[in-house]
Design a protein around this ligand. Structure first.
Ligand SMILES: CC(=O)N[C@H]1[C@@H](OP(=O)(O)OP(=O)(O)OC[C@H]2O[C@@H](n3ccc(=O)[nH]c3=O)[C@H](O)[C@@H]2O)O[C@H](CO)[C@@H](O)[C@@H]1O[C@H](C)C(=O)N[C@@H](C)C(=O)N[C@H](CCC(=O)O)C(=O)O
Ligand SMILES: Nc1ncnc2c1ncn2[C@@H]1O[C@H](COP(=O)(O)OP(=O)(O)OP(=O)(O)O)[C@@H](O)[C@H]1O
Length: 563
């Protein structure tokens, strides 16, 4: 996105300028915490802070250091480093307080002890950074959650808002745009102190609206506590992150917390079809929590969200999809409300799932209070839903169609493969993908099975193996593919195991004919591959482009045309 330059590479270091100091005493009473002074001092409650961080390495002078329990360490073990860096106070839990008492370095600053310190950080950061002032001068805030489609939908919302003349910020998996800063992301949703400080930086720099992705990790780990969104959107729920949540119901329950009055004023929920149990459940939940008039339910097909006769909270879909047609590699369509209002929309991104993402973004902006006529004019004049989303169904070349996509779970992979399938008899689908190490292992055979069912040529390669043996991961993916072949349900006629990934990409291109589609899935915009703790440079888009260039030079005219 234009006009933004990176000055820092760490969003946690970006702070608003005009912060008013807040006393530790007022913070302690706001969160019902106990104020301790472990070493001598006269007025611990009167000590003031001007920032918050839960990482000792990002502490600035006069920050409050939130020393939280983690999976590996207790943050209290880093209190001495935080104090060295200038922390003026510490927020922790009772375990942390014990660690501080036992610490060799005396803790000379006030300590606030909260029963659940992580849950207190959001509201503390909201107060310190005044991220959503009570006078309503804050940003118009949009949140997108769901298993797949968050990044794409936030880019779409951002693009529509810009077409409407808003100055916008963005927080998500790929990058953070705040003021004149463009910062590569480390997490889909940053930690609470960073989120609140970013919102204030955006407001200070004159931004009027921001869209952000909210992952289930973010809700579970209280990263968006203390924020109330104007509009929250739900894309879908399919298998992912079961390593964290355990069951799909638990995963749903975490996402559902976003659709409550504490966290959002209004909501838009996508329901794929009448069998989309999670979408229907989220629509009902949002209507029950926020009131049916504050929720727009969009049904891609069908529209049985509830029984129309049994009261407004259980009525059918509010918006339905009409006149869906292909437009280039994307689609044009109409969104029609029960009351007859309608919007003409089109997107240049391939895949029917991008119709859902485009519809969700459009309805989220409408739900924020923009007049329908103004929205229609912006859609018609600026074509905002044809924006590039880095590594999301990104078209790298034509003849063969060459696409890089971020699909890294079963549902996304199936949909991405369907989106690049050439018309019957016209060409083959050649897939390069792998599975991530140290994450939800149950996905591996499932993704292998989907690959063998939906692609003609399957090349199993590496994703980010992290600390796992890459060949073991590949074998687990291959096992799913082989099982389907043995069961007789496979479309694939060739299955290869090729590593490293760059070689797999070049091999895929060499196998392709002019009318085939090559899709490299799973890593999207990523530019490094982590193997055993070492980051190796690897950009699927650059590799695919290079492979196409190589083939173009050695074959006939028109082959390997890149975008
Ligand atoms: C599972 C998870 O989310 N873990 C997060 C958690 O780590 P942790 O509990 O293991 O922390 P720890 O390493 O034990 O350290 C404990 C505390 O000491 C602090 N510390 C640690 C070292 C030090 O020198 N100084 C210091 O202050 C840490 O900041 C932390 O607060 O707290 C850390 C600090 O806030 C996060 O960076 C870390 O996210 C890790 C990096 C992560 O990869 N998270 C992923 C799984 C995640 O959140 N993903 C979702 C999206 C998923 C998706 O949709 O695909 C996301 O929103 O990005
Ligand atoms: N609405 C959708 N339904 C199913 N699959 C989708 C949808 N939108 C995108 N996808 C697929 O999921 C991949 C990831 O898309 P996107 O980055 O927009 O989602 P995300 O929710 O931000 O994912 P992540 O949290 O993993 O970053 C895409 O590359 C595409 O293959």
């Amino acid at each position: 996105m234009e006009n933004a330059q990176a000055i820092t590479t760490d969003a946690a270091l970006l702070r608003p300028g005009g912060v008013s100091a807040v006393s530790v005493g007022s913070l302690a009473s706001a969160i019902g915490g106990q104020l301790l002074q472990l070493a001598d001092s006269t007025d611990p409650g009167g000590v003031e802070v001007t920032g918050v961080s839960l990482d000792s390495r990002a502490i600035r002078p006069d920050d409050l250091y939130a020393a939280l329990p983690g999976a590996r360490f207790h943050g209290a073990s880093f209190a001495a480093a935080a104090l060295d860096a200038g922390a003026a106070a510490v927020l922790t839990d009772s375990t942390g307080a014990d660690l501080l008492r036992a610490s060799e370095t005396p803790v000379t600053v006030p300590v606030v002890v909260a029963a659940d310190a992580r849950a207190a950080v959001g509201s503390v950061a909201a107060r310190v950074y005044a991220s959503q002032p009570a006078d309503g001068s804050g940003l118009s805030l949009f949140a997108v959650t769901g298993t797949n489609g968050k990044t794409t939908t936030t880019y779409f919302v951002n693009s529509i808002l810009r077409a409407l003349g808003e100055t916008t910020g963005l927080i998500g998996t790929i990058e953070i745009l705040a003021g004149d800063q463009r910062i590569p992301s480390k997490l889909t949703t940053p930690e609470a102190p960073t989120v609140h400080s970013l919102l204030s930086v955006m407001r200070e720099s004159g931004m009027t609206a921001a869209s952000m992705e909210v992952s289930s990790h973010a809700i579970e780990f209280h990263r968006v506590d203390g924020i109330r969104y104007g509009v929250a959107g739900f894309t879908n729920l399919t298998q992912d992150h079961l390593d964290l949540h355990g069951t799909m119901q638990a995963y749903f329950d975490v996402k559902a917390q976003l659709f409550t009055p504490e966290r959002t004023e209004r909501a838009v929920v996508v329901v794929a079809d009448d069998d989309d149990a999670w979408g229907i459940a989220m629509a009902r939940h949002a209507r029950a929590q926020l009131g049916a008039d504050n929720v727009d339910v969009f049904a891609m097909r069908g529209g049985v969200v509830g029984d129309r006769e049994s009261g407004p909270e259980r009525r059918g879909a509010d918006w339905t999809l009409h006149s869906l047609t292909r437009r280039g590699i994307g689609h044009a369509f109409e969104l029609v409300h029960r009351d007859g209002r309608s919007l003409r929309v089109s997107t240049g991104l391939p895949g029917v799932f991008n119709v859902a993402n485009a519809a969700l973004a459009t309805l989220m902006v409408l739900s924020s209070g923009v007049a329908l006529e103004d929205l229609q004019r912006a859609l018609d004049q600026h074509d905002p839903l044809t924006t590039d989303v880095p590594g999301r169904m990104q078209l790298i070349g034509t003849q063969p169609t060459a696409v890089v996509d971020f699909a890294h779970n079963p549902d996304a992979l199936a949909r991405a493969l369907a989106a690049v399938d050439p018309p019957e008899g016209d060409g083959r689908v050649i897939l390069v993908f792998g599975a991530t190490g140290e994450r939800d292992k149950t996905k591996r055979p499932l993704m292998g099975e989907i690959a063998a069912r939906e692609a003609d040529v399957v090349i199993v390669s590496d994703d980010d193996p992290h600390g796992e043996d890459p060949s073991t991961i590949r074998e687990e993916v291959m096992a799913g593919a082989q099982a389907l072949i043995e069961a007789g349900g496979a479309r694939a006629t060739e299955i290869h195991q090729i590593a490293p990934r760059s070689v797999a990409i070049h091999s895929a291109v060499r196998m392709a004919g002019r009318n085939d589609s090559v899709i490299v899935a799973g890593r999207g915009h990523e530019t490094v591959q982590e193997i055993a703790g070492v980051d190796h440079p690897l950009d699927d888009r650059a590799e695919l482009r290079a492979a196409l260039d190589e083939m173009r030079h050695s074959t006939q005219e028109g082959w390997g045309e890149t975008k």
